[in-house]
Design a protein around this ligand. Structure first.
Ligand code: UDP
Ligand code: MG
Length: 138
C-alpha cells in the first residue's frame, strides 16, 4: 500500500467549482486514479472519519462542514504517494501553504481547506477501506 493514498475534494472546493481543476492537477502530477466517487458524508460518517480529532476545539465545526455538501473521494496511486500528495496539497492552513500547492490555490481557510490527503501509509489504507468498502476491486 506504500504507493497509494486517499483523497477527498472537500465541500468548499466542490461548491466553488474547483473539482475539475483539482482533478486535472492531480493527474498532471502523475497520480493515477484507481477509484473515484461523488458522494456525501453523513454527519455520523464525517465524525467517524475525523474521530482522531474528537477532542480538538474545531471538531464539531469540521464534522458539520464535511457533511455540508457533496465531496469527491478517490484512491490515488503513485510511487511515494502519501508523501508526494501531502506536498502537492500543502500546509493545512492555506496562509502557510507553499506557492502553487492545491490548498494555496483553492482553499480559503484552515477549516475549509479544499482537500484531504492521508498522512501515512497506514491511514491511507484505513481511509481507502472506509470509503471504498470493496477495496479488492480496485
Ligand atoms: N482543521 C480545522 N482547524 C484547525 C486544524 C484543522 O478546522 O485548526 C480541519 C481542516 O479541515 C483539516 C482537518 O481539520 O484539514 C484535519 O486536520 P489535520 O490536522 O489532520 O490537517 P490535514 O491533515 O488535513 O492537513
Ligand atoms: Mg490529517
Amino acid at each position: 500500500m506504500g504507493n497509494r493514498t486517499f483523497t477527498m475534494i472537500k465541500p468548499d472546493a466542490m461548491k466553488n467549482g474547483h473539482a475539475g481543476a483539482i482533478l486535472d492537477r492531480i493527474l498532471k502530477e502523475g497520480f493515477h486514479i484507481k477509484a473515484l466517487k461523488l458522494t456525501r458524508l453523513s454527519p455520523e460518517k464525517a465524525a467517524q472519519f475525523y474521530a482522531v480529532h474528537k477532542d480538538k476545539p474545531f471538531y464539531a465545526e469540521l464534522v458539520s462542514f464535511m457533511s455540508s455538501g457533496p465531496i469527491i473521494a478517490a484512491i490515488l496511486e503513485k510511487e511515494n504517494a502519501v508523501e508526494d500528495f501531502r506536498k502537492l496539497i500543502g500546509h493545512t492552513d492555506p496562509a502557510k501553504a507553499e506557492p502553487n500547492t492545491i490548498r494555496k490555490l483553492y482553499a480559503s481557510s484552515v477549516g475549509e481547506n479544499a482537500i484531504h490527503g492521508s498522512d501515512s501509509d497506514e491511514n491511507a489504507l484505513i481511509e481507502c477501506r472506509f470509503m471504498f468498502s470493496a477495496l479488492e476491486e480496485y
